[in-house]
Design a protein around this ligand. Structure first.
Ligand code: GLA
Length: 733
């Protein structure tokens, strides 16, 4: 898949779906040539011309004024003579801040290497991927940057990362070390990204790329509710099903930055990596620094295909949990039903009812440990709240197991409450600036996970509990942003490393626990979806998508999330109305259809439901069980966007042989005398005949995809209606 042509010094990475082309040009500079649809042969057609540009520095001798790094399309720019954003920046022992990188050697190998200490994509079969590593060297400092590219056999994606080695004799300080950078030519680029807030995660924003730099990122220590580590370059004509889209994401859960820089000639530099703000890293001689992995995806047929590529990559080549490809259980969580106010007596009828309905896991949320009666105490004290549960956690676990369900438990391992035994014993274990009281967030401090002894202590506390109580599921929460990012265990010159070391420490502990307890299903959470990223997915195969469980708000949240993450990774629960977050009333059927579009569960007090509602729940659970293989693992198609002006939101899943599909259509606003929408499905086999639940007759895939049908007028009566269509292949009539 990866070839090198020595006469033109050109690398061509192609798997028949995409091509990525690099070239070593004059002065041994690694330049970018092409990323897009697969090309069988590259014969040097696209060469950046020799052109004497004003105010563009040149390498000596001055006879080569046509060549400047300020204009060359590059692959890992270092900033010398290039006024665009560099991928790497280094402060040397002499105080000089520069690096000058030139090609030295390269290696093409089968497979996909792991990245030390970091989550990354993998290929279980050596033949499924190929990797190109190119060594770039700075001749005066001895710094070597190994830029790595991997290509998977059947996916339109390229993964990239860089390892920076100090082969010199002096220590240097990295002040920027991005994962990927590439320069694309002038075009009518737009940038699409997923921004938001707590309770409003991953809303789609799309805007023109204009001269200057568009930048998104996080300095919160997590990937954040505010800006998911993702963007896509598109064109104004790109839709869900047509046109180009170049996706870029990071397999990383901490401070990140993604930028799109349009330069003076309209070229666009796309970059992703650890956020350089507050970042620095001491690199001693012979030491090396590994950046997280970035993943580029290319589609010439719109955003759906780009998302499908990411979904496949994550499911087949990123998520390591043994639960990844297993159907996920239907869950009930007590949080919105009881908050902190629970006892065994309060939980028992919920557990019994859940079991009767066919729910498969009962999750006990926050409030079971220390003396935690509200959010102001006990984080860090991961032992039971005495007397709260009769028979303790073990008793509750047994009760849940006897009822036929699995038992899940909430933890927030990275935190410590000022009112906790742990904090009283180890006040220095919290992140804190010298001589100041740290800022609280939700009344709590953040543990210094850059420190081994802190992680070891929390890991041991958790293991003690996990070895005593049979726990099948863990919700791993994280409920504040980092502040006071200072570690008492590191010298002054290494304080810029704390945020990244925190993430590495977090990964280490999670790696340890997930491999020690492979049967436990882990769900990641950070006040809902504040850390919904590919880094966490590597360890934990599902994430609580948002604390906002309102069905209408969830349309946008789940639609946006699906740009990158497969529905099976998105926890989605039916909760009570009026909704706790926004007070909205929605029907049970609307709430269930939205929640069933992903990894389904409930988060309400079953003892408060009427018999009729309980019967409905039983039907929903049975329906989801019948269709969850398809919903959780089918190819996902977005049909209608809640971010567009139309009346509909819609999506669906199609199985690989295209013999089964399910589509969900939602309307949110009542209309008198409604304008009727025609609904068209996607992803079916054109010539195959199908039946569709709720529609009479047998139709070909092409009729369902192109001709479509009028949405039934009742769907516009009252706000918030859902329609579910089960599509089944059948013989021609
Ligand atoms: C966070 C989570 C919620 C719940 C609470 C408990 O907000 O996102 O689902 O677990 O913490 O404190």
């Amino acid at each position: 898949m990866i070839t090198y042509e020595p006469t033109t010094q050109t690398f061509h990475l192609t798997n028949g779906l995409i091509s990525y082309v690099l070239q070593i040009t004059a002065y041994d500079v690694l330049t970018h040539v092409y990323f897009g649809q697969a090309v069988a042969e590259i014969n040097g057609l696209r060469r950046y011309p020799m052109l004497d540009r004003s105010f563009a520095p040149n390498y000596a001798p001055a006879t080569t004024r046509g060549y400047s790094l300020d204009t060359q399309p590059q692959e890992y720019p270092c900033g010398l003579g290039d006024y665009r954003s560099p991928a790497v920046d280094v402060r040397r022992a002499d105080g000089g801040q520069y690096v000058d990188l030139h090609y030295r050697t390269h290696q093409i190998s089968a497979g996909k290497p792991a990245l030390p200490g970091l989550p990354a994509t993998f290929a279980t079969d050596q033949d499924a991927a190929e990797t190109l590593t190119i060594d770039l060297e700075d001749p005066t400092s001895g710094l070597v940057v190994k830029v790595q590219y991997s290509l998977f056999q059947s996916l339109p994606v390229i993964t990239r990362s860089a390892e920076i080695q100090n082969n010199g004799t002096q220590p240097v300080t990295l002040t920027k070390a991005l994962s990927a950078s590439l320069d694309l030519p002038l075009d009518d680029w737009e940038v699409l990204h997923l921004d938001g807030s707590w309770g409003r995660e991953r809303q789609i924003t799309r805007q023109r790329v204009t001269p200057g730099t568009f930048s998104l990122g996080s300095t919160r220590g997590t990937s954040s509710h505010q800006h998911n580590p993702f963007l896509a370059l598109t064109h104004p004509t790109t839709t869900e099903d047509q046109g180009e889209a170049i996706g870029l994401t990071l397999i990383y859960s901490g401070n990140h930055q993604m930028t799109v820089e349009e330069d003076q000639f309209g070229s666009v530099r796309l970059q992703a990596g650890i956020n350089p703000e507050h970042f620095s890293w001491q690199l001693q001689p012979q030491a090396s620094f590994q950046t997280p992995e970035a993943v580029l995806a290319y589609s010439s047929t719109g955003l759906n295909a780009m998302s499908q590529a990411y979904h496949r990559l994550f499911l087949d080549h990123l998520m390591t949990s043994r639960h990844t490809h297993e159907v996920r259980p239907i869950l009930i969580n007590n949080w919105e039903a009881t908050y902190f106010d629970f006892t065994t007596e309060r939980l028992t009828p919920i557990i019994q009812q859940a079991a009767r309905l066919g729910i498969e896991i009962f999750v006990l949320d926050d409030g079971w440990f220390g003396h935690r009666a509200n959010d102001r105490s006990s984080l860090g004290d991961w032992f039971e709240f005495p007397g709260k549960l009769t028979g303790g956690l073990a008793g509750l676990a047994q009760q849940v197991h006897t009822s036929g369900m699995k038992f899940g438990l909430w933890f927030e391992p990275e935190m410590v409450s000022p009112d906790s035994d742990l904090y009283r014993q180890h006040p220095d274990w919290a992140l804190a600036l010298p001589d100041t009281t740290p800022l609280t967030g939700r009344g709590q401090y953040v543990l210094d996970f850059s420190r081994q002894e802190v992680r070891d202590y929390i890991g041991a506390e958790m293991r003690t509990l996990l070895d005593r109580v049979p726990i099948d599921y863990i919700k791993w929460d994280m409920n504040r942003s980092l502040s006071d990012v200072f570690s008492r265990a590191l010298p002054p010159e290494q304080q810029g490393e704390v945020a990244h070391r925190y993430v590495l420490g977090l990964y280490e502990l999670i790696e340890h626990l997930t491999s020690a307890y492979p049967n436990i299903l882990f769900e990641s959470c950070s006040g809902g979806g504040g850390r919904f990223d590919a880094g966490m997915l590597y360890y934990m195969p599902q994430t609580w998508t948002s604390d906002n469980t309102d069905a209408v708000d969830r349309l946008g949240i789940q639609y946006g999330t699906s740009l990158l993450y497969p529905p099976v990774t998105m926890g989605s629960h039916v909760s009570a109305v009026p909704n706790a977050q926004n007070g909205r009333q929605t029907s049970l059927s609307m709430r269930a259809s939205v929640a069933m579009s992903a990894n389904f569960g409930y988060e309400l007090d079953l003892t408060e439901l009427t018999d009729h509602e309980l019967t409905t729940l039983g039907e929903q659970i049975a329906f989801y069980k019948r269709h969850r293989q398809l919903i959780q693992f089918g190819t996902f198609y977005r049909l209608y966007s809640p971010f567009d002006d139309g009346a509909l939101t819609g999506w669906g899943m199609v199985d690989t042989p295209r013999s089964q599909a399910i589509f969900f259509i939602f309307t949110t606003h009542a209309q008198a005398h409604p304008r009727l929408d025609v609904v068209r499905f996607k992803g079916l086999a054109a010539d195959q005949h199908y039946t569709v639940s709720g529609l009479t007759g047998v139709f070909t895939g092409s009729e369902l995809m192109h001709v479509g049908f009028y949405l039934d007028p009742a769907a516009y009566y009252g706000d918030n209606n859902a329609r579910t269509y089960v599509v089944t292949a059948t013989d021609a009539p």
